[in-house]
Design a protein around this ligand. Structure first.
Ligand SMILES: C[S@@+](CC[C@H](N)C(=O)[O-])C[C@H]1O[C@@H](n2cnc3c(N)ncnc32)[C@H](O)[C@@H]1O
Length: 217
């Protein structure tokens, strides 16, 4: 109760002030990017087409955007890659916001947009969607500083499926989240393939990660 009040207040303040230090500089060729490229390469099979629309949900600072870009640009001549992040103005301890960091990571990439917004406000259609670590239990959402009103895994999944045209890769952390993810997909009647444990030599995690592929056609 008190935690939520604090999160609501902090979230309100940062979303309205949008404060950040400027001109973030990081490492474009990072392990997160290599990890994402590798798992996309293992589990997604896009069909070649002239124009591809791809969405990343919950992009955080989008440090891994280049992994997605490098993977999908192989399958098209025109790529539109969008990232959506509801808490884009959350600050790091060095006073850069995720938004400021994301501006650095997407720098120089054609057709890439970072939207500081709620997934529920994204209404275009996407051929491919990547959803790394959705919040499926309240605890991590609270830890990440979001107000409890944003805990809505079922509504978000239904929306992601509505805007999907071809294939979505979902990655969950730990077997409990994977079970919850599976139950949600079943409840909503969304067809999927369970990938089991998903791993990559590019980046190893303490908790096992599990994957699902949702297909439209
Ligand atoms: C566990 S983090 C994963 C971040 C990133 N995808 C990664 O793998 O490092 C979940 C992210 O989803 C974002 N998020 C949660 N609800 C959202 C919503 N309704 N719309 C957009 N982003 C959301 C959170 O703010 C958070 O940055």
């Amino acid at each position: 109760m008190f935690d939520d009040l604090k999160n609501r207040f902090d979230f309100f303040v940062r979303s309205h002030t949008r404060f950040s230090r400027k001109n973030y500089r990081g490492n474009l060729e990072n392990d997160e990017s290599r990890y994402v490229y590798d798992i996309l390469n293992q589990f997604m099979h896009p069909k070649e087409q002239d124009f591809l629309r791809v969405l990343d949900i919950g992009s955080k600072n989008w440090a891994y955007v280049r992994g997605e870009y490098k993977f999908f640009e192989r399958f098209c001549t025109n790529l539109r890659l969008d990232g959506v992040e509801i808490d884009a103005y959350r600050l790091y301890s060095n006073f850069y916001s995720r938004y400021e960091a994301a501006k650095f990571y997407i720098g120089g990439l054609q057709g890439v947009n970072y939207y500081p917004d709620d997934l529920l406000n994204i209404n275009g259609k996407y051929d491919y969607i990547i959803w790394l670590l959705p919040f499926l239990t309240p605890y991590p959402l609270k830890k990440w500083g979001l107000p409890m009103r944003y805990f809505m895994p079922e509504k978000l999944l239904r929306h992601a499926y509505e805007i999907l045209e071809k294939e979505m890769l979902i990655i969950n952390q730990g077997d409990e989240e994977a079970e919850i993810q599976k139950a949600l997909l079943d409840k909503l009647g969304i067809p999927y393939e369970s990938l089991g444990v998903v791993s990559s030599k590019a980046l190893e995690f303490k908790n096992l990660r599990y994957g699902f592929i949702v297909k439209r056609d």
